[in-house]
Structures are given as structure tokens and as C-alpha cells.
Write a protein that binds this ligand. Structure first.
Ligand SMILES: Nc1ncnc2c1ncn2[C@@H]1O[C@H](COP(=O)(O)OP(=O)(O)OP(=O)(O)O)[C@@H](O)[C@H]1O
Ligand SMILES: [Mg+2]
Length: 267
């Protein structure tokens, strides 16, 4: 049976900037995510995906509605939700080991235990041997692995991932997707993952949430029933092609609809 872990209930978010018009980033967004589920958010640029993730993490508060983790409102930064940012957000003055240990240090974990846990996750993301390197000495893919290890080491219940692989080359991206799936299948962590790539959503997600253009709302939720384990060759199946066509037409309708509305407004 599925148990809800994370909910957004009629969430709205309005940004009011001094001297500028206010922006309605999110409007009446409701979503329930189950324990152990892998959910991908797909939507046009500026539709409020990052804002929604920041609200789940407790980095910012909604203007209306609420978010909950296991039924409790998220009112401040929520350590049970770990964020992997699009830009790797590593501390340049800390080594790989120092970066991965950071969250554990903040939690007050003793030095020896910290080291042991950090080493385990560095090994999991295949960076053994690079513990003493600094971020500037690593490739983009390696830096993204460090930020994944850092979040995993802190052992959150929910992984919030904001286009984590967008800047990677195609081969590294595929490897990272495989690794993330392996880690998620083993740990059964709940993942909320933002992407612009339909293929990425189809490889990773149990459910694909398609958001409307700004203000962001849930437009459609599609169950991704492609069999697991999913690896790159799943893309060769007819079921894959059929689902991709469906997702693509929904996304396209939203993007084109938005462009049309914008054109009409400016006429
Ligand atoms: N701190 C802020 N102050 C004012 N406006 C903001 C702020 N953060 C986001 N916005 C606005 O809210 C809207 C949604 O932004 P958000 O970053 O959530 O979009 P997104 O869906 O993540 O886009 P992208 O796919 O390009 O990353 C945008 O119009 C943006 O300008
Ligand atoms: Mg964003």
C-alpha cells in the first residue's frame, strides 16, 4: 500500500519585487508524493519548478496553501529533505571528503563516524581515490557525483533534485541516471526530480508531473508503467515510443498554448 510522504496542498507563491510587478510563480498547486516514489516534474522554463522544490525544502514559504512532510507542515528548512542543486554548489575550499562530510558535521556526527560514512558514499558514486581533490580539479560529472554523495551521506528521506544532470554531456548523464536508479532502487528513497528532458523523465520516473506554463499548476500526471529495471535499451521498446508521444503532445500543447496566449496579450 502506498503511504503519502510529501504533499503540496493548494500551494500559491507570489514574488513581490520592489519597483516591479509581482510575479505569480505558482497557483493552486496540489500534489501528493508517496513514500519511495520517484516523481519527475516537467514544465516550461519559468513555470515555477525550482520555486516548488524550494518550498518542499523549506527554503522559502508559500504565499498560500501549505506543504507537509509525513503530515507535518514544513515551516523551516527541512533536514529530512536533501537538495541537489543544478549548479553543484560545492564548497571550493573543501576537498571531496570535506564536502561530503559537511552535512554530517552540521548534524554533529563524530569525526570517525563522519569519515566512515563519507567514504562509503564517495565509493558509491565511484570517486574513490579523489577524496583529497578540490572541486576545481574535477570534471562537471564528478562534481555532480560529489554533490549527490553529500546529500546521500546526510541520509534524508526525500531527495529534491533540480535538473541535476542538465549540464552534463550525454554519456555522463546516462551513467549518472543509471547510478541514481541503482541507488534509489537499493535505498527506496523518495525522489522529486526536475528535468526538461522527456527521455530523462521516462527513464527515471514512476510518475511524470506535467506543469502548466506560469503560474505553475499541475496540468497532468502520467503513470510511467515502463518495466523496471530501466536502462537505456528501454528506449527501443514500442511502449516507450507510445508514452513519449503522449508526454510530448501534452508538453507541446502547454508550451504552444502559452506562446499563443503571450502573443495575444502583446497584440
Ligand atoms: N526570488 C525570486 N524573486 C522574484 N521572482 C522570482 C524569484 N524566484 C523565482 N522567481 C520568478 O518565479 C517564476 C518561476 O521561477 P522558477 O525558478 O521557479 O522557474 P523554473 O520552472 O524553475 O524555470 P527553469 O526551468 O528556467 O529553471 C519566474 O518568473 C521567476 O522570475
Ligand atoms: Mg529552475
Amino acid at each position: 500500500m502506498s503511504t503519502p510522504i510529501l504533499t503540496a496542498e493548494h500551494v500559491g507563491k507570489i514574488f513581490t519585487a520592489r519597483g516591479a510587478d509581482s510575479v505569480v510563480a505558482i497557483q493552486d498547486l496540489s500534489l501528493t508524493i508517496d513514500e519511495g516514489e520517484f516523481v519527475c516534474l516537467l514544465g516550461a522554463s519559468g513555470c515555477g519548478k525550482t520555486t516548488m522544490l524550494n518550498i518542499f525544502a523549506g527554503f522559502t514559504q508559500p504565499t498560500s496553501g501549505r506543504v507537509t512532510l509525513r503530515g507535518r507542515p514544513i515551516l523551516k528548512i527541512e533536514p529530512r529533505c536533501g537538495m541537489v542543486f543544478q549548479s553543484y554548489a560545492l564548497f571550493p575550499w573543501r576537498t571531496v571528503l570535506g564536502n561530503v562530510e559537511f552535512g554530517l558535521q552540521m548534524q554533529g556526527v563524530a569525526a570517525a563516524e563522519r569519515r566512515r560514512r563519507a567514504e562509503r558514499f564517495i565509493e558509491m558514486v565511484h570517486l574513490k581515490g579523489f577524496e583529497r581533490h578540490y572541486p576545481s580539479e574535477l570534471s562537471g560529472g564528478m562534481q555532480q557525483r560529489v554533490s549527490l554523495a553529500r546529500v546521500l551521506a546526510a541520509d534524508p528521506d526525500v531527495l529534491l533534485m533540480d535538473e541535476p544532470f542538465a549540464a552534463l554531456d550525454a554519456m555522463t548523464r546516462q551513467t549518472m541516471q543509471d547510478e541514481l536508479l541503482t541507488i534509489q532502487e537499493a535505498s527506496r528513497k523518495t525522489v522529486v526530480f526536475i528535468t526538461h528532458s522527456i527521455d530523462e523523465a521516462m527513464i527515471l520516473a514512476d510518475r511524470i508531473v506535467i506543469m502548466s506554463a506560469r503560474p505553475g499548476r499541475v496540468k497532468t500526471i502520467l503513470a510511467n508503467t515502463l518495466p523496471r529495471p530501466r536502462r537505456a535499451d528501454v528506449q527501443l521498446s514500442p511502449a516507450y515510443a507510445a508514452l513519449k508521444a503522449e508526454v510530448w503532445s501534452l508538453v507541446q500543447a502547454e508550451v504552444l498554448g502559452h506562446a499563443e496566449a503571450t502573443r495575444l496579450r502583446s497584440d
